[in-house]
Design a protein around this ligand. Structure first.
Ligand SMILES: *[C@@H]1O[C@H](CO)[C@@H](O)[C@H](O)[C@H]1NC(C)=O
Ligand SMILES: *[C@@H]1O[C@H](CO)[C@@H](O)[C@H](O)[C@H]1NC(C)=O
Length: 373
């Protein structure tokens, strides 16, 4: 710290090029072939998910956690950029958008999007790159279901195809993008968390993804755009996740011109597959990404049995990293855990959580970051 400020002073005084090299200039993240270019560096990247960090109410808590990610060599952090409610909670509780009658109101107050501002600011400070997600398929933090009565529908399938739902959703997207349009801390905008349309023709989601990615591109010509899906619907062993029944066609969606890279998740216990099955799931996606010449992000993965965290997820990380010249660009485990400084409380343990400073962290973060180099 001392050394750095001394050199910065020196750089300011004499403009030594060597001192400038110490901190790469922040820039908007890009795709470079089958990889990501972050702040000018093209390589494989590691990161994690924290749905909860925008819901913390203390700026310093956010800053401390971002600092932990930085010192651990974690680069990409995926967060919930939504928090939709149908009933306005008590004053201390964070929410971003509320629905009443046929209208939606975006909360730009201190317990609203200002919390997301604090996350973006801390990410800028620590050179962490954020994936900001706009809506949940699931009902956690509201989701598409929170919009239902305002836009007169009763299912996710209708939500994707009903103009009123989509105009409310797009208004929310616009409100978020306009706040961080120029930020180098935004890695990508993301359409939804795990969008599905069970039993629908895959054209329903493909059309919605085309429409939404084009809309985002019309607002922001620079930042990357991703879907946030589980990666269902592609050639493989024919087991449930490879099937098209959840309304997803991985290759058709990734081929859309304003989708910048592919996303997929991995939860064998929820999908009725084995943990070892996950390795072929990773390479199957890499193959499609390589064919379509877009990078693949292994965006969420987890096993609930704590004893399996390190061996099983460590194996998946190796498989992904081994495909770094064949379509895989980065992986983000689900999910980050830490101790909130102001309260001394640990963040949500959903069984998948990997806590900063734990032995799982040593294995799945420190070791992995070292392997990446
Ligand atoms: C997510 O989407 C799928 C498919 O439409 C649906 O079956 C599931 O119920 C959704 N989740 C929620 C909570 O709506
Ligand atoms: C991407 O989105 C922009 C902005 O909406 C649109 O003009 C363009 O046609 C889209 N790209 C393609 C190739 O469809």
């Amino acid at each position: 710290m001392k050394l750095f400020s001394f050199l910065s002073l020196l750089a300011a005084a004499t403009a030594l090029p060597a001192a400038n090299d110490l901190a790469p200039r922040a820039s908007i993240s890009k795709v470079n072939g089958l990889k990501f270019n972050i702040d000018g560096v093209t390589k494989y990247y590691a990161g994690t998910n924290s749905y909860w960090i925008p819901f913390l109410t203390n700026d310093n808590d956010v800053d401390v956690i971002m600092g932990h990610l930085k010192t651990s060599g974690q680069k990409i952090l995926r967060i919930w950029g939504f928090n939709d409610v149908k009933t306005i909670p008590g004053s201390g509780t964070v929410y971003f958008q509320s629905f009443s009658g046929s209208t939606a109101t975006i909360n730009t107050g201190a317990n609203g999007l200002q919390r997301l501002d604090a996350v973006v600011k801390a990410a800028e400070k620590h050179s962490i790159k954020l994936i900001i997600n706009f809506v949940n398929n699931w009902t956690d933090y509201g989701g598409m279901a929170a919009y239902f009565s305002a836009c007169g529908v009763s299912s996710n399938a209708q939500w994707y195809t009903t103009t009123k739902c989509q105009s409310l959703y797009q208004a929310y997207i616009k409100a978020v993008i306009s706040r961080y349009r120029a930020s180098t801390a935004v890695f990508a905008w993301e359409l939804a968390n795990e969008p599905r349309c069970n039993g629908c023709q895959t054209s329903v989601l493909t059309d919605w993804i085309r429409q939404t990615s084009n809309y985002i591109r019309s607002l922001d010509s620079d930042h990357l755009i991703a879907i946030g899906d589980e990666g269902f619907g592609l050639a493989g062993d024919g087991s449930y996740p490879y099937q098209f029944g959840e309304g997803l066609d991985f290759a058709a969606n990734l081929a859309l011109p304003n989708v910048s890279f592919g996303t997929f998740h991995l939860y064998p216990s929820a999908w009725g597959t084995t943990n070892a099955w996950g390795n072929a799931w990773i390479t199957a996606h890499a193959k499609v990404c390589a064919q379509l010449k877009k990078p693949c992000l292994f965006e969420e993965y987890g096993v609930t049995n704590a004893a399996d965290h390190c061996p099983v997820e460590g194996e998946w990380q190796k498989t992904s990293l081994a495909a770094k010249d064949a379509g895989m660009a980065a992986d983000l485990f689900w999910q980050l855990g830490d101790t909130v400084k102001s309260t001394g409380q640990q963040t949500h343990n959903d069984g998948h959580t990997i806590y900063y400073g734990s032995s799982d962290w040593t294995c799945l973060v420190d070791k992995h970051v070292k392997q990446i180099g």
